[in-house]
Design a protein around this ligand. Structure first.
Ligand SMILES: [Zn+2]
Length: 154
């Protein structure tokens, strides 16, 4: 019979002592978020698909892409979840506060879905197709966390 007292393992502050390059496309994407609060995507010159975040090569055509286009900042929820089960956040080593919303957002003008947190103050408004816009951090550092979350605007 299972013990009713759960085992809790704390990892403490999870050090992640490494850096990695995000590449030219990733750098432009993060710099524009940080400096101008703009979402820069890239368009395939062959099929026209618009990728956000931008990537170097079109997955369908295998051609290099460098035609940057601004998308968003508003978009539509493509799918979402509400996380209610507490777990250790690998980025911090601390238990992540729950509940919180997470979703895949189709920014206006983009063909791919962008993943991020979604505000769930009113869960009744959290539906596929809901319109959202980003809330940016006041102090931006050039990471995807420069967007704090998306909020529903309908
Ligand atoms: Zn293509």
């Amino acid at each position: 019979m299972p013990d009713s007292n759960p085992v809790i393992i704390e990892s403490g502050g999870a050090g992640q002592p490494f850096n990695y390059a995000v590449g030219l496309h990733g750098s432009l994407f993060l710099q524009e978020l940080r400096d101008n609060r703009r979402f820069m995507a890239v368009r395939c010159p062959r099929c026209g698909k618009v990728y956000i975040p931008p990537r170097r090569v079109c997955g369908a055509c295998f051609v290099e892409m460098d035609d940057f286009v601004e998308v968003g900042p508003q978009g539509t929820i493509g799918t979402f979840t509400i996380l209610r089960y507490a777990f250790i956040d690998p980025e911090t080593g601390e238990q992540k506060p729950v509940p919180y919303g997470y979703g895949f957002i189709r920014l206006d003008g983009a063909d791919t879905l962008f993943q991020h947190y979604i505000d769930i103050q009113d869960e009744s408004k959290l539906v596929i197709g809901a319109r959202v816009e980003p809330v940016f951090a006041d102090a931006r550092k050039g990471t995807v966390k420069d967007i704090e979350y998306f909020t529903i605007i309908d």
